[in-house]
Each structure stands twice: as C-alpha cells, then as structure tokens.
Design a protein around this ligand. Structure first.
Ligand SMILES: [Zn+2]
Length: 205
C-alpha cells in the first residue's frame, strides 16, 4: 500500500497552507528558515511529507505533515536530498492577503521508491555530535513534527550540502577529522549569537 501511495490530496495541501498562514488576512507568522515575517502577497513554499521523525518512527504513515513554510527569500524549488521510502513534496503559493489559499503549484516531489536512503540520526550525529533523539528532546518544541528537510536545512544554514556527506547508498562518508571539523563549524554557525566574533587568524593554513 505505502509503495502505491502518491502525493497528498488537494485538501491536505490547502489546509496545510491555511494552517501555516492566516487564511483571512496578511498577518502571517514567520519563515521556518530565516524567521522573518511572511508578507501577504509574497511567494511562499511549503514542505509536506508522510514521516514525522519526532515520534521516533522513521517509516511512512498514512498521515501527512505540512512540516515547514518558507518565505519568498528562502523559497525552495527543489528537494535537495529526498529520502528513499518517504513521500516528500514542495508546494508554492501566494501568501494570503484576505482570502484563503485555493490555488497552489507543485515545485518538486519525490515518491517512496526515489531518493537516497540516508539516515537522519547518522547524519545529525556525524555533523553535530547530537543524536536525533537528543535533538528532538532538546531543540524541538514538544509535539512539533520534524521532517527530513529540517536536518537538510540545519546543515544548509551552516553552508553544508548534505549530498556531499553521503555516498550513493546514503552512508555518511567522513573521517574522524572531518566529523570534528564539521561539528565545530555547525555549532559555531548555530550558536554564533552566543559567541564573540572570531579573531583574525594568526597564521595561514
Ligand atoms: Zn525565510
């Protein structure tokens, strides 16, 4: 059954948009990537998948989650590293000004047989030193769903392309030194507000 599953029904996509955005005004919340407020009338993209990593279950279910919304500046037109076994899709629409969203377009999608079998736990652990379980406990609001794109975005915000960390089977290919360097970099990037600016390097490398 799950292998025959196609994309989410229209009502799921529409209600996803209208849950993320105020359907009757331009008073929207913030972008899931840059945290800037989403402007009414601007282009937005939404990521939907059939897996919620926050419940510890990585297998697809019959449910759909509208995991993330992006503002015009951060809009996603392509899935960077779709996960094999997961149905994922990116939809684009115009953020409401006064009327609910009824029309939208699909930007990209990946059905269960497609994609790469990367393990979100292994990728997180390798790049941050934090397991998926601890990440969800410590950094995710209680009850908030977590999609695969959140791991991709976490790395992207540190200017790391997940595709460069894994081989064609999805296995993380990093030496211990590379892991340590990445973990330093990701922690600095994600916690930079708590750090003093970096001093100018004293020596060339
Ligand atoms: Zn944004």
């Amino acid at each position: 059954m799950s292998h025959e599953k196609l994309l989410p029904p229209h009502r799921t996509v529409r209600s996803g948009f209208n849950r993320w955005l105020d359907p009757e005004s331009d008073n929207h919340g913030s972008c899931g990537y840059c945290s800037n407020r989403i402007q009414g009338g601007s282009n937005v993209t939404m990521y939907v998948s059939d897996v919620d990593l926050s419940n510890g279950d990585t297998s697809p279910s019959e449910k759909w989650w509208a995991h993330q919304i992006y503002c015009e500046d951060c809009k996603r037109v392509q899935l960077l590293c779709p996960r094999e076994g997961v149905t994922e899709a990116l939809y684009g629409a115009i953020a409401p000004v006064s009327e609910p969203i009824v029309e939208y377009g699909i930007c990209d999608h990946s059905l269960a047989p497609d994609g790469v079998g990367w393990d979100p736990d292994a990728v997180l652990e390798a790049t941050t030193g934090v397991s998926l379980h601890d990440y969800i406990n410590d950094f995710v609001e209680d009850g908030a769903p977590v999609g695969h794109i959140e791991i991709v975005d976490l790395l992207r915000s540190s200017e790391i392309d997940i595709r460069k960390l894994i081989d064609e089977d999805g296995t993380v290919q990093l030496s211990t030194e590379e892991r340590n360097a990445l973990q330093d970099h990701v922690h600095r990037a994600n916690f930079r507000d708590q750090h003093q600016p970096e001093p100018t390097p004293e020596s060339q490398n």
